[in-house]
Write a protein of this length. Structure first.
Length: 205
């Protein structure tokens, strides 16, 4: 390869990586490059979300259904109850954090959903773990009424319904759930939206 061709190749390579080693040294061109790269990467988010869901079929044993089966059952109940796309997606993904965030999976699931759903839905997912405690934590010495501190929140009843009607009852191996493939178009619709900036989304205190 002659020197001109080598220089052209080096130039092309430089266009695929930033010039800086410290962010404070970055240029506008660097950050435009990164923005383009991140936007392209985000287009693959639906596939990564679906792959994370598939992994739930092999995690947290002890229940009569797998975490994936529980998630599918929860989403199916939501759908059959007339839930809209965002709440149905929330029902499907509410436990997606179980594998790597077992002690704060609710917050992780909410963080994944928050840029793509209305604030009410993200709030329900973020707090569903606390609300689910109502059904079992007293058996372990906990306070099943801890959720009552949020009783005056405008989305309190929505989270109560999410847990009572869809989540806590979805451990039934005989329930006829829809498949993950059935929900794939929903996942793609939600996660190919233009994400909003959650900082500008109004939410009750």
């Amino acid at each position: 390869m002659d020197s001109a061709a080598t220089a052209t190749l080096d130039s092309q390579r430089m266009k695929t990586v930033v010039s800086f080693r410290r962010m404070e040294d970055g240029t506008r061109e660097d950050y435009l490059l990164l923005e383009e790269s991140e936007n392209r990467y985000a287009q693959g988010l639906p596939e990564r979300v679906l792959e994370c869901m598939r992994k739930l079929d092999h995690s947290l044993f002890g229940y009569r259904v797998t975490r994936l089966q529980h998630s599918l059952q929860t989403a199916t109940r939501a759908l059959r109850d007339g839930a809209d796309d965002e709440l149905t997606a929330a029902a499907l993904l509410h436990d997606i954090g179980d594998e790597i965030a077992p002690y704060n999976h609710s917050e992780m699931a909410a963080a994944i959903l928050r840029p793509y759903v209305r604030p009410e839905v993200a709030w329900i997912v973020e707090h569903h773990g606390l609300f689910q405690n109502y059904y079992y934590v007293h058996h372990l010495g906990g306070d099943r009424h801890a959720r009552d501190r949020l009783r005056d929140h405008p989305w309190y009843q929505g989270c109560v319904h999410f847990c009572a009607a869809w989540d806590q009852c979805s451990f039934d191996p005989d329930y006829a759930s829809e498949s993950l493939e059935f929900f794939e178009p929903l996942v793609r619709r939600i996660f190919t939206r233009a994400p909003h900036d959650p900082r500008f989304q109004p939410a009750p205190a």
